[in-house]
Each structure stands twice: as C-alpha cells, then as structure tokens.
Write a protein that binds this ligand. Sequence first.
Ligand SMILES: [Zn+2]
Length: 316
Amino acid sequence: MRKRSIAGLSLAAVVVILGGLSQVPAAKFLVLNTVLPLTETLSVKPLGSDAYWVTGGIGNTGFVIGDTGVIAIDAQTFIPSARKQLAEIAKLTTKPVKVMILTHSDPDHINGLPAFPRGMDIIAQDSAKTEIQAVITDPTANGFPPSDEIRHYLPTRTVKASETTVLDGVPVVLIHTAAAHTDGDLAIYFPTKKLLFAGDLLTPAIGPYPGIHLNKQGSSLGLFASVKAILALDADTYVPGHGEILSKDELRRRLQVAEERREQIKALFDQGKSVAEAKSALNDVPLKGAAARFPTFIETTYQELLAEKAAGDAKK
Ligand SMILES: [Zn+2]
C-alpha cells in the first residue's frame, strides 16, 4: 500500500521534483533516489537476436546477450532501477553483465552504474570519461550527484572517433562523429542486427527538437552531422535516449524538422531579433517532462550564434 501511494506520485509531481533538483541540498538526493525509482515500471522489449531495449526509466537503456556475458548500454538514472533491470536480465540469461557501453556522461545515464558488477569493462568516449572523472572528484559536477560508489566505475576503455570491434562475440561499431548533445556522445551500432543505440542524439520524448548541453560543449551542427552519420548506416531500428524507437524514415523527418527550425532561428538572429522575440515568433514551448528545466533549442541555438558572432567580431 505504501509503495502504491508513492508510486502514485503524478508525473507532474515528479517533474516538479526533478525541476527543482538543482536547488536541492545534497542530503535530499538520497530521498529522491529512493522515492523516484518507485514511480518507474521498467519494461524490457525484444529487438530480435538477443538484443533488448528497456523503457520506463528516466531514460532508455539496452542490452545484448553475448557469448559469455551481457553487453549493457547505459546504466539507468537510479540504482534501484538498475537493480530492477538486472533482475529482468536474469530472467533471460544466467550470464553476467561483462561490458557496459555509455552513450554519454549525463547523470540520467550513469548514476545507476553502482548496481552493475564491479570490474566489468566500461566503454565511453574520451570526453565522457573526463566528465565522469570530474563527477568522481566533485559529485555535484553533473547536476545530480551519484552515489559515492560511482568511483569504482570509471570507464576502462575509451573511444576517440569511431571504432569497429567485437565484444564477447558480437560485432559492434562505436561511433563519435562530433560534439553534439555533449562532447562525449557515443552511438552504438550492431551491424549484424541493423540496430543502433543513439543515446541523447535522439530524444523524441522531450519534443521535436534536439537537446544540446552547451555546458558540455554540445553543438547543434555537430548533432546534425552525428544524426546524418547514423542515418547513413545500414540500420532499421534506432533506440533513442528518451522516447520510443525510431525507424530510418522517422529519423530522417526528425532531422529535417530540426534543420528547418535552426534555419528559422538563424534568420531571426540575423535580423537582429532578441531571443525573447525569436521565442515568441516561433511559438517556443518548454521541453517535455523532466527535461523542462533545460534550455530550449531556440535558447541554445541563440547562445551558439552569439558565441559565433563574438568569435567572428574578435577576429576583425
Ligand atoms: Zn538523457
């Protein structure tokens, strides 16, 4: 009964709690880490040939069953949610999780790491490893402090650009095209399964436009380049960081809508409009759900264009 009433927290309440996280003293994070996961009901969905994606958490995760172990993609936001995911994996295989691939360093993708076995291989892009190291040094560095146990989960192997490899018998291509959502994004492509985990290069759950973390050197043009790179692959199924899986056609449409939006934003910027005027002219709305506390695509694009202009002026 108790669990039920907590689980009955409305989505709006969860959004308010998450929205206020940046103002919450560290001690309260323990409470949030305990209460919020109770609102989550994970569901594991097969993608064919030993591959699965897991929905119902703050973000999507995934896993592939290899020859001797499980290859996991992202770690859930909360340790209890990650434990739930491990229990779901255990229903499908007795093999342990041996490899974790992180799509980027954001807390909603890494804070569940301590639920996973210590000593597993952890793969991330170079910059994501630097950012995770920063969180280990200063737990507040990522906006949402993880458990101290995260110190045992520094990536053990990094990727700079792209790498083709075989992990536990499974061919995998690890792809970093450019700084996009963050500077440490990694897309994970399973060519024999025509399957790609995109992390937050794709976030349909927060709205039609991309989320860019300028504080982690994200870039809208880098994101477009990254999405084009994954579109060019022989993949049928794209698992986003947040939201429902996308087909190649849906991905193409999403890219087109975002590119058109950026052109409209740039046109207003070039006319000397303020960001407030651009937001009003283009009917800007906050990002959906827990992402509502982040700046919108218009706001981040304006900041990028202002920085570009300042750099151009400095050269003159
Ligand atoms: Zn995310």
